[in-house]
Design a protein around this ligand. Structure first.
Ligand SMILES: NC(=O)c1ccc[n+]([C@@H]2O[C@H](COP(=O)([O-])OP(=O)(O)OC[C@H]3O[C@@H](n4cnc5c(N)ncnc54)[C@H](OP(=O)(O)O)[C@@H]3O)[C@@H](O)[C@H]2O)c1
Length: 264
């Protein structure tokens, strides 16, 4: 099985790392193209994969073709590769907002398309990805796609009409979580802590809280209540967050993200 990548940026590198870690294929069974020779040389020397300047040549060589370019670049790429895709190849697109139907319009025959929405924690194999398929993708194809995507984090199949919501809750949310961590650390710096140490405390607290919820299976409100002693310090901070519309702000931010995704 040959896995092709068109685009060798952050998301492609996260996926390549996961695929090689799980030994799904050997490095020489991965072939990739990107806009610049510099990127191809760098990724090739880092992972030992093959590269080719031609997107069409990569598409021809691949059994599974991963489209890992920005959404705005996708039309150009699809024009280049459309004649190299037959009904046996499986396309996996990670481009935000581009539906399986939109991609399929570039091809004159039925093609298998899986759409995936990963997020940047995939770079440390802690991604949270959703995937959906079009009608030509078989159950076996879907299992193959799931194995590839689960190599760099969790992977769940969703209905395509949920993909914009997935983009909001997991695709874009790392940005909001990093803002939250930064703000926590700024407050610690204000209180006298060294900045580097403050980032470690804030980030570990976010990671630990998430793990506690996932591993205990307990409701987030129950875990929140566990921290809030009667008359204690935490409930004071909680009141300030509520007064400042913390929950509403988070919901509105993710809602805005979902709406924008629908318009892409
Ligand atoms: N980053 C995220 O959080 C995230 C989350 C979910 C989904 N995604 C999706 O993942 C996709 C890739 O994002 P990314 O963050 O990996 O972007 P990126 O780091 O900017 O990588 C884009 C890659 O595309 C290559 N490229 C540009 N034009 C090309 C062309 N005409 N032919 C072949 N390759 C070309 C670039 O080549 P050079 O390096 O040579 O310039 C680069 O390697 C996007 O569609 C995005 O929507 C990203």
């Amino acid at each position: 099985m040959v896995i092709g990548f068109i685009g060798l940026g952050n998301m492609a590198k996260a996926m390549i790392s996961g695929i090689l870690k799980d030994q799904l294929v050997n490095p020489e069974d991965i072939i990739g193209s990107s806009a610049t020779q510099e990127t191809m040389d760098r990724v090739s020397s880092e992972y030992g994969i093959r590269t080719n300047v031609s997107n069409k040549a990569v598409a021809s060589a691949a059994d599974i073709l991963i489209l890992a370019v920005k959404p705005l670049t996708l039309p150009v790429v699809l024009e280049e590769i459309m004649d190299a895709i037959d009904e046996n190849k499986l396309i996996i697109s990670v481009a935000a907002g581009k539906t399986t139907k939109w991609i399929s319009q570039y091809f004159s025959r039925p093609v298998k398309i899986v759409r995936c929405m990963p997020n940047t924690p995939a770079l440390v194999q802690e991604g949270c990805s959703a995937l959906c398929r079009n009608e030509n993708v078989t159950d076996e194809d879907l299992r193959t796609a799931l194995r590839i995507i689960a190599s760099f984090g969790t992977a769940e199949v969703v209905n395509e009409n949920l993909m914009d919501v997935v983009g909001g809750v997991s695709g874009s949310s790392p940005a909001y979580v990093f803002m939250f961590i930064e703000a926590m650390a700024d407050a610690a710096v204000k209180g006298g802590m060294q900045r580097k140490q403050a980032y470690r405390f804030a980030a570990q607290t976010v990671m630990g809280s998430a793990r506690l919820m996932l591993e205990s299976g307990r409701h987030p409100a129950e875990l929140k209540d566990m921290v809030c002693s009667p008359g204690g310090t935490t409930i004071e901070g909680l009141e300030v967050l509520e007064q400042n519309g913390f929950r509403a702000a988070v919901m509105e931010a993710i809602g805005a993200c979902v709406e924008k995704s629908k318009k892409l």
